[in-house]
Write a protein that binds this ligand. Structure first.
Ligand SMILES: C[S@@+](CC[C@H](N)C(=O)[O-])C[C@H]1O[C@@H](n2cnc3c(N)ncnc32)[C@H](O)[C@@H]1O
Length: 272
């Protein structure tokens, strides 16, 4: 797929074969994620009721999970499964070099468009075919020269990425076919004393991950294993778990339908 976006607006068009194979290549999810990452409170949730604390999830993944003061000067960050890039921009406030990698060509092209052009037009679905035109704006005060976006596979990353002081994996782990393959690479990617943040609502689905590959959410010898235990058994002893926190988030489907989820964030320190 062409990595440049011909127009800045996301048009409704026939599903391409890529979209059928990967929902993250579809117009629907591109529009939803642009709103999820860049929408203002009023654009996402213009109702008097609703969980306002669940807004700005990509921003909170960085602000609430990282002790930004402890990131060394000159630090590098990796946002794995960056989607349309909002958390990548937020990481660039604290790190001089930030790489966002995502498997979706369209998401990466959108993130790069916002970085380069300063914004991107998209459509918010309100009801049926009724939509509102909106613009995803590059976050103010971020030096776009610090960021790069590239298409890549978190289960087969290129060997020459180098090491990072911060690695963020937000809502990625339960969308991978082989999550273990991604976790295996992490000790090599995170600098000694560096930080790894994994957030996820642990929505394990056979459509993305066959049950034999799930990290948790099943019984072993009559005992329930949750995903945090599965992460721990794969990440220790290269990493030690520092803390966990609860991160609610809200994805708007249309004016009267939202997905409200609560991710668990786990913050891990690379031992060296
Ligand atoms: C649920 S979304 C989360 C995106 C973003 N981190 C967030 O918190 O909004 C999952 C993302 O993982 C990406 N993804 C799925 N499989 C991937 C893979 N093998 N390698 C890299 N990214 C992948 C999808 O394209 C999508 O952008």
């Amino acid at each position: 797929m062409d990595m440049t976006i011909a127009t800045s607006r996301v048009h409704s068009e026939e599903n391409s074969s890529l979209e059928v194979l990967n929902p993250y290549e579809s117009n629907k999810l591109l529009n939803e994620y642009l709103l999820f990452h860049y929408g203002t409170a009023e654009e996402v949730l213009p109702h008097a009721q609703g969980p306002k604390e669940a807004l700005d999830y990509p921003v909170r993944c960085v602000r609430e999970c990282l002790d930004v003061a402890s990131i060394p000067a000159g630090g590098r960050a990796l946002d794995l499964g960056c989607a349309v890039g909002r958390a990548t921009f937020e990481l660039a406030r604290h790190c001089v070099e930030v790489l966002g990698i995502d498997y979706s060509h369209r998401f990466v092209a959108a993130a790069e468009h916002i970085r380069r052009e300063g914004g991107m037009a998209y459509e918010r679905v309100d009801e049926g075919n009724l939509t509102t035109p909106l613009s995803a704006q590059r976050p103010a005060g971020v030096d776009g020269g610090r960021l790069r976006f590239e298409q890549g596979d978190a289960m087969a990353l290129r060997r020459d990425l180098g090491r990072f002081e911060v690695v963020l994996m937000a809502n990625l782990i339960d969308r991978l076919q082989h999550p273990g393959r991604c976790l295996e690479r992490l000790p090599d990617l995170v600098q000694p004393n560096g930080v790894l943040v994994i957030t996820s609502p642990y929505t394990w689905l056979e459509a993305f991950t066959s049950q034999s590959e799930w990290l948790g959410g099943f019984q072993v010898e009559g005992r329930s294993q949750n995903t945090l235990e599965g992460l721990r058994s794969r990440l220790e002893p290269a990493f030690t778990l520092e803390r966990t926190l609860e991160l609610p988030f809200l994805i708007r489907e249309h004016a009267r339908k939202y997905q409200w989820s609560v991710a668990q964030a786990s913050v891990w320190r690379r031992l060296g």
